[in-house]
Each structure stands twice: as C-alpha cells, then as structure tokens.
Ligand binder design. Structure first.
Ligand code: GLU
Length: 415
C-alpha cells in the first residue's frame, strides 16, 4: 500500500472531471479534502494480559447527499492518507449509484492474521467506543472492508447498542442475517461487479461463455467473483492469487475447490494441478477479463503496457493509477472503474439500512433483483456519458458522480 498515491490519484481524476464540468476552483478545493476526520488511539487487552495500543481512523469525506457510508479496514499498512482516498471514492460511489448517502472510510492499523478471535473482538468493541460519538444510523454507517467481516460488524453493532441502550441495527451494515443483516450482502460486491461485466460484454461484443478470467485477490470479494463468474456466467477462471502468490491453469480452475484449499491451508498457492505464478505475472496474463480484487495501485505505468486483458473490472478500490489509465485507454482496454464496478456492496448495504429502518426483511431474490436494476442503470449512465463527453469510463464515472455531489452542495447552500 502506498501512502501518498491513492489520494493523489483521486485528486488527478477530480481535476480531469472538474474541467469537463467547468467547476470553479473553490468547489474543486472543497471536494479535494475530507469534511471531518477522527484519529483515535485504542488500548486493547491482549490474550497475554498486555495492553497494546492501536491507531484508528474514521474519515467522513462528504455528507452533502446524506449520512456518510463506507467500510472499516483492519490492515497493518493502513494510513490516514489511504483512508482519505478511499473515503473520497465512497463519496463518488454512493453518488454514482444514486444512493442518498455521502462517503466515509475507517481503518485500524493492526494485523488481524496474527490476532486471536478474542483480541479481534476486544479491538472491534474498543474501536466503536472510541468513535461512538462520530458514527450513528443517521450520521455515518460503517461496513466490512479489507480483513473485516460480518462477525466484526455484529460485535460493533452490539457495542454501539450497549452504549446507546437501544438495539441499533442500523449503525453498521454487513451484519449476519440473524442480526439485522440483509440477504445477499455477503457476495453483493462480486455479484454486482459481474452485472457490470455482463453489460460491458454486451457493449464490447465479448461472449462471456468460456471467456477467460484472471482474478487478483481471493478474499471475500475475489473468491465470490470467481464463483459468480464460473457458476452464473460460464466463464473460465484461469488464474487467481492472494497475498502469498498465484496459481494458473489454462483449462480453468474450480473456484469452489480453490476456496476449500485456501480454507485448509491459508492460501490458494499449492492447489493441485495448477502452475504457480506471481501476482505480477497474473496481471499480465493474456485473458479476456482481468479482475483486480485486492488492494490499490496494482496496475501502474510500470506494467500497464504489458496488460493484455480486453476488460479490466475493478472489484478493488483504486487498483489502477492515472498513468496506467493513459496507457490502457488508447490500447482500447475497457475499464469498469472501481466505484462503478464494486458498488454492489454499498448498494446492498443501503438495502440493509432501509430494511433496518423499517424492521423489514427482504428475500434474496428481491435483493438481487434490485441490485441488478441499480448496477445496470449505473453502468449505462456512465457508458452513455463517456460517449457524450468523449472520455473514458473512469472520467465519465467521475463526472456523473461529482456533478451529483456538487448539485447537493449547491442545494444545501454550501457553495
Ligand atoms: N467496503 C465496501 C466498499 O468499499 C462496502 C461499503 C459499505 O457497504 O458501506 O464499497
């Protein structure tokens, strides 16, 4: 993870769309910085009786369109600057998918892979105690992100409820279904991403049946992306990877078997019958669809020239730098930008909020139907705007989203 780069990439993209939208310098300046930040030190009792202090953040980027929304990451290389960039991306994501929400992001610098279940619970509860005044169902609603999951969301909801003295399901999303979670939330990002790919395939004349796919990252999003691609669309998943390395099989991998192998051994590496490759090699494979589904800044000026995929579907946030875009777009690569492609997660989070507010529970079919509608609408809005402005998909997505945020700021009298 690179401290400076993600926020820098966000600024570069913002500058480009500010020209298309003829934004004034004051508006651009307001959009370049988060509205509010909370930095906290979190003392946590570890299993050996020691107290360890962790650094945490919650950054609310822009709330013009509504309460702020975005995940919480637990990662050893977390930085405030990365969280700022991700909070900005959440703002554009909620606007692009036309949700009545602003954007935020949170993080704790920690290594969950070396922590016990009890230590993780202590940390999750302590984080909520530290940020309790800053979040809330009408204010700012966290969700799962890198290395956080539905169990962590359940502890956070429980801790917040204990503080307020009321069961407050709506304070976080991505909860277990038995605790106010929504059907379809666990694989919503992956499903939503594939709906965007389905529409992109129609526009670019790619037949998805048998299309080859490489996926970087095999966490919640990457593994579900592999399963959806194979099971729902008949694609051939030829390569996948995780932080320990990658595996390649030209005839296609069985994503369920790879998942079982990862659960057993902790990595996709060593999967029987596959050839080992590096994460760098995976990005450069000759495939129809490349899915970066891990961390930011993996496609840069350094490797963009060697990327051979026809479609890049950004299931991760911020995987492609601006410099890489300038190499890929002239090559005719169809990029489905992050906050369009991976919006399924927050869309179903929003459905979860609506269900929580109404004490309601929708069926899985209902959730998937509404998700399909939202993703399809957003994809075509961006595709058509790109044609209108004569720009690539990323710049078009920025223009649609930023325009909506600016309209809300004007309406509120902020500018
Ligand atoms: N962490 C996910 C994202 O980056 C989901 C956020 C949410 O559901 O609020 O979009």
């Amino acid at each position: 993870m690179n401290d400076e780069d993600l926020l820098e990439v966000v600024h570069q993209n913002l500058c480009a769309c500010a020209l298309d939208l003829s934004l004034s310098k004051n508006i651009e300046a307001l959009l370049k910085h988060p509205r509010r930040e909370l930095h906290v030190s979190i003392p946590v009792m570890m299993d050996d009786g020691r107290i360890e202090t962790f650094q945490g953040f919650r950054i609310q980027y822009n709330s013009a369109r509504g309460p702020t929304k975005g995940g919480i990451r637990f990662h050893p290389a977390e930085t405030a600057n990365t969280i700022r960039g991700l909070a900005a991306i959440m703002t554009w994501k909620c606007a692009l998918h036309d949700l009545p929400l602003g954007g935020a992001k949170g993080g704790v610098v920690c290594n969950p892979k070396t922590m016990s279940e009890r230590e993780l619970e202590n940390l999750s509860r302590a984080y909520v105690r530290a940020v309790a005044d800053f979040i809330g169902p009408d204010r700012d609603i966290p969700a799962p992100d890198v290395y956080t999951n539905e169990q962590i969301m359940a502890w956070m909801m429980d801790e917040y409820s204990a503080i307020t003295g009321t069961t407050t399901f709506g304070v976080v999303t991505g909860k277990p279904v038995v605790l106010g979670g929504s059907e379809g939330r666990h694989d919503a990002t992956a499903r939503g991403g594939w709906i965007a790919i389905r529409e992109a395939a129609k526009e670019t004349g790619l037949d998805l049946a048998g299309a080859t796919v490489a996926i970087q990252g095999y966490g919640n999003v990457g593994s579900n992306a592999a399963i959806c691609g194979a099971d729902l669309y008949g694609c051939s998943i030829v390569a996948v990877s995780d932080s320990k390395g990658g595996i390649h099989h030209p005839e296609g991998l069985d994503p369920h078997a790879v998942m079982a192998h990862k659960e057993e051994t902790g990595s996709v590496v060593g999967f029987a019958g596959a050839t080992e490759i590096t994460n760098e090699e995976l990005v450069e494979l000759d495939v129809d669809i490349l899915i970066p589904a891990a961390l930011e800044n993996v496609i840069t000026e350094k490797n963009a020239e060697r990327v051979r995929a026809r479609i890049i579907a950004e299931f991760a946030n911020g995987p492609t730098t601006k410099g890489a875009d300038m190499i890929l777009e002239p090559k005719g690569v169809h990029i489905i930008p992050d906050f369009l492609c991976n919006g399924g997660g927050v869309i179903v989070s929003y459905f979860e909020m609506v269900q929580n507010f109404n004490m309601d529970h929708w069926s899985e079919d209902e959730v998937y139907r509404r998700l399909d509608e939202k993703m399809t609408q957003a994809y075509h809005k961006v595709f058509e705007s790109g044609k209108g402005y004569g720009v690539g998909m990323r710049q078009a997505a920025y223009s649609v989203a930023v325009e909506r945020v600016v309209q809300a700021m004007i309406g509120r009298g902020w500018i």
